[in-house]
Design a protein around this ligand. Structure first.
Ligand SMILES: Nc1ncnc2c1ncn2[C@@H]1O[C@H](COP(=O)(O)OP(=O)(O)OP(=O)(O)O)[C@@H](O)[C@H]1O
Ligand SMILES: O=P(O)(O)OC[C@H]1O[C@H](OP(=O)(O)OP(=O)(O)O)[C@H](O)[C@@H]1O
Ligand SMILES: [Mg+2]
Length: 292
């Protein structure tokens, strides 16, 4: 393979936009246009291979790509159903969903205990089969490529095992989830093989940048004015900030400005609690990048 680091990404779909955005936030300059399947990054020796998500783990495994971004659900499924030499290098925090068993609200299957001797429609025979084996349940798997939620209403299965995010698709099809068998998010994968020293350096550099971008996604810069007497209480309320900057405010003895980086999510509730302690002029600012 060439000296350029090749990254396999989903061309179009639920992973694509966030994968492109993550790489752009890491400083990679590229444009994805129309039908191009191999995109050259302009400012780094990196190529992007744009494919169906089903092919990403096997490409990484077969050396057609060095690394890739795929759903954990697809990775685990492929690890269970084919010999795969691809492993998770980093969890990325987007495209979160869960693989759930679900059935019609008033059907014969209401829990995992009712599954024996029934049919389960799924696109994930590997993960579903593993769950059944672990529980000692004997049920028939009906493999489908898509539209799995239709299976109970057309009579091909009593329940399904499919991805759920908001639950809207299940609800629209009169189904209820009764068991989560896998939690999933987008993951960055690499093969277990050694890379050339140049590629390994580039990979490490990229990993540090990805880490910085992910950290900054949850982090916020908080600025507020507060009574001096409440510095300790206010600091305790700011999630993940160990030592805030405290600055005197011109023209007042008892008020200070407090500034802190919060490394966890700041909720509306946190802001209300801060206000209750006397904090005023609260600003929550996004952080673009973080390097430690
Ligand atoms: N509703 C959802 N919410 C969040 N993430 C999801 C959702 N559905 C799927 N995902 C995640 O996004 C991945 C890709 O989903 P998508 O629906 O784009 O796949 P696909 O139709 O198989 O695409 P492709 O055309 O690349 O084969 C899934 O494997 C899963 O990890
Ligand atoms: O719980 P929800 O928020 O409703 O999401 C769940 C749905 O999302 C995914 O399908 P998608 O919409 O990507 O279509 P697809 O089945 O054609 O891939 C998944 O296969 C479910 O059907
Ligand atoms: Mg697919």
């Amino acid at each position: 393979m060439s000296d350029r680091l090749r990254i396999a990404l989903q061309k179009k779909g639920r992973l694509a936009d966030d994968s492109f955005a993550l790489l752009k936030a890491c400083g990679l300059r590229f444009s994805v246009r129309g039908g191009s399947l191999l995109v050259r990054v302009k400012n780094m020796p990196i190529d992007l291979l744009l494919v169906r998500d089903d092919d990403i783990a096997s490409f990484v495994s077969n050396d057609a790509a060095d690394i890739g971004i795929v759903g954990e659900n697809v990775l685990v499924e492929e690890q269970l159903t084919s010999a795969l030499d691809a492993q998770i290098a980093m969890k990325l925090g987007f495209s979160r969903c869960r693989l759930c068993l679900a059935s019609p609200e008033r059907g014969s299957v209401q829990s995992a205990a009712d599954l024996s001797g029934t049919r389960i429609a799924t696109t994930y025979p590997g993960v579903t089969g593993r769950f059944l084996k672990e529980r000692g349940i004997s049920a028939k798997l009906v493999e489908m490529k898509g539209a799995v939620e239709l299976a109970p209403s057309i009579g091909v299965a009593e329940s399904i095992c499919d991805l759920v995010s908001t639950g809207a698709t299940l609800e629209a099809n009169g189904l209820m989830a009764f068991e989560t068998i896998l939690e999933s998010e987008a993951v960055l994968i690499r093969s277990a093989r050694d890379m050339s020293p140049e590629k390994a350096d580039l990979f490490d550099k990229l990993m540090r940048r990805v880490e910085g971008v992910i950290k900054s996604t949850d982090s916020k810069y908080i600025m507020l004015n507060a009574p001096k007497s409440q510095i300790v209480a206010i600091t305790a309320l700011l999630p993940g900030s160990d030592s805030p900057t405290v600055i005197p405010l011109a023209g007042t003895e008892d008020l200070v400005a407090i500034q802190a980086v919060c490394t966890e999510t700041v909720f509306w509730e946190t802001l209300e609690d801060l206000k209750a302690l006397g904090a005023r002029a609260i600003l929550v600012l996004p952080i673009e990048k973080m390097m430690s």
